[in-house]
Design a protein around this ligand. Structure first.
Ligand code: SF4
Length: 107
């Protein structure tokens, strides 16, 4: 899961940092930013400063997004990996051996 803040809408009330200070930080400009460990993603901020949320903080980040009065905390799923088409098999699957009937002849 990843998250970012639209600083243009942030009210600076700090609710997000109350929920999860390990992901959100309020800087001296009175606006909140996301952080990746010790690195604050404030340059340039916005969608361009999206960070990955450690799994242990995901619930807190979602709670912060739901409570955010500016509705400016965005949460996105991790990027998915698209497989090349030639790796997708269309071959029929052989039935399991137990379902294959055999005849022994001479009955
Ligand atoms: S909760 Fe929302 S509006 Fe409040 S400081 Fe955090 S990002 Fe800004």
């Amino acid at each position: 899961m990843r998250t970012w803040i639209d600083q243009d809408l942030c009210t600076g009330d700090g609710l997000c940092t109350d929920h999860c200070p390990d992901v959100f930080v309020l800087l001296d400009d009175g606006i909140s930013y996301v952080r990746d460990g010790p690195v604050v993603a404030n340059d340039p901020g916005g969608r361009a400063s999206i960070v990955t949320v450690p799994p242990r903080y995901e619930a807190d980040v979602v709670a912060a997004a739901l409570d955010c009065p500016g509705e400016c905390i965005f949460v996105e799923p991790d990027e998915t990996i698209e497989l090349p088409l030639d790796l997708v098999t269309t071959s029929p699957v052989a039935p399991p051996r137990s379902s294959v009937k055999t005849t022994t002849g001479g009955g």
